[in-house]
Ligand binder design. Structure first.
Ligand code: PXP
Length: 242
């Protein structure tokens, strides 16, 4: 029997709310504990180079006290790599990063940046973290991912989730399905994330071989109305129903 699909909750926007007013609340650790109670399997935080939401102190605090494994999202930048080497999170997801972006736009160009990524994957994995690469569902990219030695890919679902044209959405979903098949055939664990919400989760669940979905913004937004525990539980129910 296949394993049940897992939910990792990205709590960056708990820190966004805190940073907006320079307060000490809401506390990402408290959020992580509530996500754990509601059944999430991991907590994702993105330590951006611009530190717009999660701060270094959050990463250190969560790495000591979070009841769930941490999935640290990060750019392949030496400053952040040094922090990751110190913290040794259970998982690390390498993502591309641009200063002006609202959120992570597009996947890593693993073909073009192969040498730099291979080196970082090796350093982080040798240090005990499982490394995943956040990529578009493209065959050449996935082949390059496997060659880096990474064990996991996170397929970027953002373009599909944001597509308003139904024909384009179908094409993008088909690309994700093919990408998941390709990744699996290369021996890679398949995670997915970006833009997933209660409205599109049923379609996301048609992607085969999924191990973990990493979901942030829609859950934190829903939590404003129903509370974080209920928001996580709602998403878990939707995942189970699918
Ligand atoms: N996975 C990755 C690699 C991301 O960069 C993000 C956004 O930080 C997410 C998942 C979560 O996306 P969302 O907040 O749209 O659910």
């Amino acid at each position: 029997m296949s394993q049940p699909l897992k939910l990792g909750v990205n709590i960056d926007h708990v820190a966004t709310l805190r940073q907006a007013r320079g307060t000490l609340y809401p506390d990402p650790l408290e959020a992580a504990k509530i996500c754990a109670k509601a059944g999430a399997v991991s907590i994702t935080v993105h330590l951006r180079e611009d530190r717009r939401h999660i701060q270094d102190s959050d990463v250190y605090c969560l790495s000591e006290k979070c009841p769930l494994p941490i999935n640290l999202e990060m750019a392949n930048s030496e400053e952040i790599v040094q922090i990751a080497l110190k913290v040794k999170p259970a998982e690390i997801c390498l993502v591309p990063e641009k200063r002006q972006e609202l959120t992570t736009e597009g996947g890593l160009d693993v073909v073009r940046n192969f040498q730099a990524l291979e080196k970082t994957v090796r350093r982080l994995q040798d240090n005990g973290s499982v490394v995943s690469l956040f990529v578009d569902a493209d065959e050449k990219t996935l082949q390059a991912c496997a060659k880096t030695g990474a064990k996991v890919v996170e397929l970027h679902t953002g373009s599909f989730c944001d597509a308003t044209d139904p024909i384009l959405a179908e094409q993008l979903l088909k690309k994700l399905i093919d990408g998941a098949e390709c990744a699996r055939s290369l021996g890679l664990q398949v995670n997915a994330g970006h833009g997933i919400n209660i409205g599109n989760i049923a379609r996301i669940l048609t992607i085969p071989h999924l191990d973990t979905l990493n979901i942030g913004h829609s859950i934190i937004a829903r939590a404003v109305f129903v509370g974080l525990e209920n928001a996580v539980a709602e998403m878990m129910r939707a995942m189970a129903d699918g």
